[in-house]
Design a protein around this ligand. Structure first.
Ligand SMILES: [Zn+2]
Length: 89
């Protein structure tokens, strides 16, 4: 019987690995998060899928504002709208 944490498949995935002795062993690995998506249009961002641990270790997103949250085209539209509002157009 696996450990209680591993019984739920919510955060863990099962990997069958073959050992040098030839037997198959069950190994558990943390699942990766879903693809990061744009907060406005929902399009997939150009950021890899990461595990919680990998995210914590620091994956660097592009240097532009709202990167990792909003896609470049939505950001462009947002900046244009903000500037037009400031200019009173
Ligand atoms: Zn978008």
């Amino acid at each position: 019987m696996p450990r209680p944490t591993y019984r739920s498949r919510k955060g863990w995935r099962r990997i069958f690995t073959r050992t040098p002795g030839g037997t198959t062993k069950l190994r558990y690995e943390r699942k990766k998060h879903d693809y990061p998506k744009c907060a406005i249009c929902g399009r997939k961002l150009n950021i890899p899928r990461l595990t919680i641990r990998e995210e914590r270790r620091g994956y660097r997103t592009p240097g532009r504002p709202y990167s990792g949250n909003v896609c470049p085209s939505c950001l462009r539209d947002g900046i244009k709208a903000a500037v037009r509002q400031l200019a009173g157009m």
